[in-house]
Design a protein around this ligand. Sequence first.
Ligand code: SF4
Ligand code: SF4
Length: 393
Amino acid sequence: MSVTTIPINSASFAATDLCVKCGLCLPHCPTYRLSRDENASPRGRLALMQAVAENKLGFTPALRQHLDQCLGCRRCERVCPAKVPYGRLLDDFRAAMPRRTGLAGLARRVLANTAGRAALAAAARGYARSGWRPVLRRFVPLGLEVLAHQAKAPALQAHYPALGTETARVALFVGCTGAWLDADTLRAAIAVLTRLGAAVALPAGQGCCGALQWHAGDRAAAAPLLENNRRAFAGAEVLVSFASGCGAFLQEQTGAAKKVLDLSRFLLDLAWPAAVALQPLPIKVGLHTPCTLADAAAAAELLCRIPELTLLPLPSQPACCGAAGTYLLEHQDSARRLRDEVVEQIAASGVDCVVTSNVGCAGHLRAGLAARGMAVEVLHPVMLIARSMGWNP
Ligand code: SF4
Ligand code: SF4
């Protein structure tokens, strides 16, 4: 077995000592629920990080695997009574781990640059149209199947004026995937925002938020992406994101310097013109809450404004659908098992459609529902608000 040491700043891992080993986080950890292995639990991973930081344990492939298999969902952090900053510790530890290439690393590099994204979108569209898809489905990586359900190429403007009196201005974060993997959501967001009196800007030069790179420990790759967006959004007071993972990361990185709001929260807090009336949608909707969506109540509250819509929150377990950025590329088995559990819950609930506020979860669930032969739409909440306003892409 190869044992190495890694350059690690022991002081930044002092917070591992806060863990009192109570185990309250274990039932909330998706990877522990799957494996029942202490090394795949938050408590176990904290103990491993602490032992390496204190030079009591070398860095081995097995140890790497335990840390790699963490989804980074931070469900453990939310329930921890000792307030262990698990997410920060995991990010710091991964940043100290030796870099690895592989499919997920390649995907992160491709998503970070414009030409790479265009080529990937074209490949996904070609695959989606291919008559061989039913045969190839069993062999292609889970990620390509996810992309095939979504890849589109919309034409975008830099600015969309408010319809009627302008009451707000907003800079919309599109990121690396919003324009082609979540094109309908983007168009619906623009339609709803402008209808409600907000002028929408899509600042030029914006791009990938860098969350995938950062959480994988590749800070050198994340830094220029963060700087790029800092410049692109320098003049914006409020930045609105319709992908919860990107929004959470941008808020964490910008801190008090910039207000980053999830789209549902922004829509909820807008003063709606009296002339805007939502039409009834007599459907049963399953509400999926992504791990990265801190303001989960906003989506529910927003959807409850639609007359005759019945909202049904999906069960809180498994706490993560298994998409988790590029996790679904590296850990396909766990990603499938977690997803299929959610798909079973959707099937049992009898809902007409599912809403989620994250593009990664949406794609992963769509692919899972299609694989099970279920024609259940997976949409961002704004899509239903738009439909209730009479808009369709
Ligand atoms: S809940 Fe917090 S203190 Fe308890 S075992 Fe988990 S990480 Fe440690
Ligand atoms: S971040 Fe998620 S997968 Fe990782 S230890 Fe915490 S709960 Fe488990």
